[in-house]
Ligand binder design. Structure first.
Ligand SMILES: NC(=O)c1ccc[n+]([C@@H]2O[C@H](COP(=O)([O-])OP(=O)(O)OC[C@H]3O[C@@H](n4cnc5c(N)ncnc54)[C@H](OP(=O)(O)O)[C@@H]3O)[C@@H](O)[C@H]2O)c1
Length: 300
């Protein structure tokens, strides 16, 4: 049993990580911002998992150091907007002598996509480089696309947000490029297994348990739900123009979303095998991953 601190435990992924920590017999610790601690809706899952709460903030170094000192392992699940603030956490992890650190990657492998492919991947790659340079024992998790974002939106993140997948979507490129999707509970289960696994020390692991094209994803939803989805084609060249037009500072979200669509559906980055990275389905052959069929069936 290890003491595992989750930073960002009230987020979409973080709460599943806390749950996985206690399900796998670890002592769960959670770094929660002081104001968030007063939010019963956010605290409920942490309390249910029996997590020890540490008040803190990425912008308060002393709070990070205190929390890191109470843990053997630290997993960061802060959101994409907070990656630029992870430097203080890396420093605290180092000073506290933590045995294993997982920065907030949880997406496509920046090395598979290559530098300059997506500003979010570049920011995450910079954190990875700083972790390696500091000599911190690490595990990097390349979870690929979350079901809750990519299956629920039928592969078009601009349509995310409804209770059901959208009735109308953009199909990027020819719609026949394969992408890798994983459920968030499975991402959390792999992560918590990996951080306490000696084979994964100073290693990277990707999850390619389910692969599907955008066309097949839409077809599967239509079959599952009996609904019809209207498609609008966005050719690769059009997506490139959207990326080129979205460079103003106030268009950051549009830029990232367009770059993510290009990476997953045009360039096929999520299924590129990078030699430095191990494959979760091979490292953990006993794990039953949720399928896309099961994920979509839950939405009906
Ligand atoms: N592969 C995919 O399809 C996919 C999809 C979505 C996200 N992701 C990745 O998954 C990771 C987690 O993202 P998420 O969507 O789960 O995040 P999220 O839901 O936005 O949650 C962010 C967490 O960080 C905490 N936080 C925010 N600012 C903080 C600060 N200054 N100090 C300390 N904690 C702070 C939040 O706490 P409060 O409750 O206090 O705000 C919350 O617990 C990110 O790396 C993201 O890029 C991947």
């Amino acid at each position: 049993m290890a003491r595992i601190l989750v930073v960002g435990p009230t987020g979409h992924l973080g709460r599943e990580l806390v749950k996985a920590c206690s399900q796998q017999g670890h002592e769960a610790h959670a770094l929660v911002r002081p104001a968030t601690r007063k939010d019963p809706a956010k605290m409920h899952a942490l309390q249910a998992a029996g997590a020890t709460i540490h008040e803190g903030d990425l912008k308060d170094y002393d709070s990070l150091l205190r929390a890191c000192r109470s843990a053997d392992i630290v997993i960061s699940a802060v959101g994409g907007l907070q990656i630029g603030d992870e430097g203080a956490l890396v420093k605290a992890v180092k000073e506290a002598g933590v045995q294993r650190f997982v920065p907030s990657d949880f997406g496509l492998d920046p090395a598979a996509a290559g530098p300059g492919s997506c500003v979010l991947f570049d920011a995450k790659a910079a954190v990875q480089a700083s972790v390696k340079a500091a000599g911190i024992p690490y595990t990097f998790i390349h979870s690929n696309a979350f079901f809750s974002y990519w299956a629920n939106s039928l592969g078009d993140l601009t349509r995310l947000g409804g209770k059901l997948p959208p009735e109308e979507v953009s199909v990027y490129g020819d719609g026949n490029v394969v992408g890798a999707l994983t459920s968030v509970p499975d991402v959390a289960r792999v992560t918590v297994r990996a951080v306490s696994d000696p084979r994964l020390r100073n290693k990277e692991i990707r999850i390619t348990a389910n692969t599907i094209t955008q066309n097949l994803l839409i077809a599967l939803w239509q079959t599952t739900s009996g609904r019809t989805v209207k498609r609008t084609s966005v050719p690769a060249a059009e997506l490139e123009k959207m990326i080129a037009r979205s460079t103003a500072p106030d268009q950051g979200a549009t830029l990232v979303v367009s770059q993510l669509h290009r990476s997953l559906w045009i360039r096929g980055d999520s299924v590129k095998r990078v030699p430095a990275s191990l494959e979760a389905t091979e490292v953990y052959p006993d794990m039953a991953f949720q399928t896309i069929e099961q994920g979509l069936a839950q939405l009906v």
